[in-house]
Design a protein around this ligand. Structure first.
Ligand code: FCB
Length: 503
């Protein structure tokens, strides 16, 4: 593995190359330069020889969404709550990681973030003011079990109970994520997701939450983006827990998926109402340039099938790990050795819903390196291609017969400026273009039931700290004042009309 000092210095120094630039672990070393071509504002058309989806012209009329389709917005606990030591909350890996200088831009920590732990009532008012049908949030494991196992902290449970009660009272459907990256630090001290035991601890914690919030009718999501946690938390080390080790990274893939399966078992056993699933971030991978097709197929295994196949088919793809271009450079035996009898049956327990998070696409060249094919947002890893939303939804339907109904639990774009603004025309256009693709997929017969914009509020954007603002609502982090951006008003109209207007 690379010397971690070199890696950190390189990562810290190369501002535009950030968190998703981690997927090709080349020859035991991280492919730091993988997105070198990925500079914001690049050429809008695919490189010559690239395969991608043809562009599509939206109709001139508003595109209607079906009755009962849920339009909401999302947040996650660590990103918005703040109050990281209040009411018995334990430490999470993100508290530890953010406390170390150099890990998070501007030295930001999870406190106060958007101070939602104290301002939640105002935030529910904000949601009802926008007329949102649904709110996706996550439960902080360290508030429920401060050391990651054992005794339950009532004050933590009560916080989420109050939130859910208020949402239900106001007719905003809660969607609850159980794990959005804030692993209790004591579990990381015992190996974190690289350790098999963490999967069992996660299921115990999940059972506590199912019991406490058993009446939540909306979607329950076990784990948010296991790919990001594995590749960025344990692969590149750009996220907490800051580990850079390909074997641990592969173990984190399997153990999170196992934890998901065990949590689904706990959900069924609890008799909780509602629908359960997992939130996977998926993205089309396009071949960029001559001869890149095979590398792109392997990279697709790394990006998508390594998660979809075990969850929906009960098998791991055999082309994700190896020494060919596009693969995770490791011995495939590493994964085989982790999978015990019965694991894949657990991982593939039937789901009620599959949650998809869509941000953009990627290109891969003949050597397996990431290539920029489309312009990026202010987040350099985000190549903007709305058609990829449609393609992803149709692909999941077609490649995975019997897939449960889909919900889109994240989709969004950061502001152009880290200072923040309420004049966010580019977010309006992003949301419009992506919602049109969702409506197009629904028209094509894909069973999509919900869409949650990322994010309700400007918040703590992981290693980017407070510098990348993804909210529909602007937050002044000094005063904590909330001001809806133009996109929030536009989205409120979409919710009210149940239709996406043309540009
Ligand atoms: C997703 C994360 C979410 C947020 C957005 C921008 O990958 O799930 O917490 O950081 O990206």
């Amino acid at each position: 593995m690379p010397d971690s000092t070199v890696r950190r210095t390189t990562w810290a120094a190369s501002r535009p190359v950030s968190r998703r630039d981690v997927l090709r672990l080349g020859g035991g070393a991280l492919a730091i330069g993988a997105l070198a071509a990925c500079t914001p504002g690049g050429d809008a058309s695919p490189s010559p020889g690239a395969s991608g989806t043809p562009s599509w012209t939206p109709p001139a009329e508003p595109m209607r969404l079906p009755d009962g389709f849920v339009l909401g917005a999302a947040t996650s606990a660590f990103q918005v709550e703040g109050s990281t030591t209040a009411d018995g909350r334990g430490a999470s890996i993100w508290d530890t990681f953010a406390a170390q200088p150099g890990n998070v831009r501007g030295g930001a920590t999870g406190d106060p973030a958007a101070d939602h732990y104290r301002r939640w009532e105002q935030d529910v008012d904000l949601m009802t003011g926008l007329g949102l049908d649904g709110y996706r949030f996550s439960v902080a494991w360290p508030r429920i079990q401060p050391t990651g196992s054992g005794p339950v902290n009532r004050a933590g449970v009560d916080f989420y109970r109050r939130l859910v009660d208020r949402l239900l009272e106001r007719g905003v459907e809660p969607a609850v994520t159980l794990y959005h990256w804030d692993l209790p630090q004591p579990l990381q001290d015992r190996g974190g997701w690289a350790a098999r035991d963490t999967a069992a601890r996660f299921a115990d914690y999940a059972a506590v939450v199912f019991d406490a919030l058993r009446d939540v009718p909306g979607p329950w999501l076990t784990i948010n983006e296991p790919k990001t946690t594995a590749y960025v938390g344990y692969g590149s080390g750009y996220h907490a827990p800051g580990v850079s080790d390909v074997d641990q990274m592969i173990a984190a893939v399997h153990h999170q998926l196992l934890g998901h399966g065990l949590a689904v078992e706990a959900f069924r056993a609890s008799g909780a109402s509602g629908r359960v699933g997992i939130a996977l971030n998926l993205q089309p991978v396009y071949a960029a340039g001559p001869g890149a097709q095979d590398a792109a197929v392997r990279a697709d295994a790394v990006e998508n099938r390594l998660f979809l196949d075990p969850v929906l088919r009960g098998t791991y793809p055999d082309d994700a790990i190896g020494d060919e271009p596009g693969q995770i450079r490791a011995d495939p035996g590493v994964l085989d050795a982790l999978v015990q009898d019965g694991d894949l049956a657990t991982v593939s327990a039937p789901l009620d819903v599959l949650a998809i998070q869509y941000y953009g696409v990627t290109g891969v060249d003949v050597s397996g390196q990431n290539v920029q094919l489309y312009p990026t947002s202010d987040a350099p890893w985000q190549q903007l291609h709305p058609e990829g939303m449609y393609e992803t939804l149709v692909r999941v339907r077609d490649d995975y017969p019997g897939v449960p109904p889909l919900v889109i639990t994240e989709n969004g774009i950061p502001d152009r400026t880290s200072e923040g603004t309420t004049d966010d025309a580019e977010r309006v256009e992003f949301l419009r273009a992506h919602l049109q693709q969702v409506a197009r997929a629904v028209d094509a017969g894909v069973d999509v039931r919900a869409y949650y914009a990322w994010s309700l509020l400007d918040n703590f954007e992981w290693a980017e700290g407070l510098d990348q603002r993804w909210g529909l609502v602007h937050v002044d982090f000094e005063t904590q004042e909330r001001t809806p951006k133009n996109s929030a008003r536009w989205y409120a109209d979409v919710v009210a009309q149940r239709a996406v207007p043309p540009a």
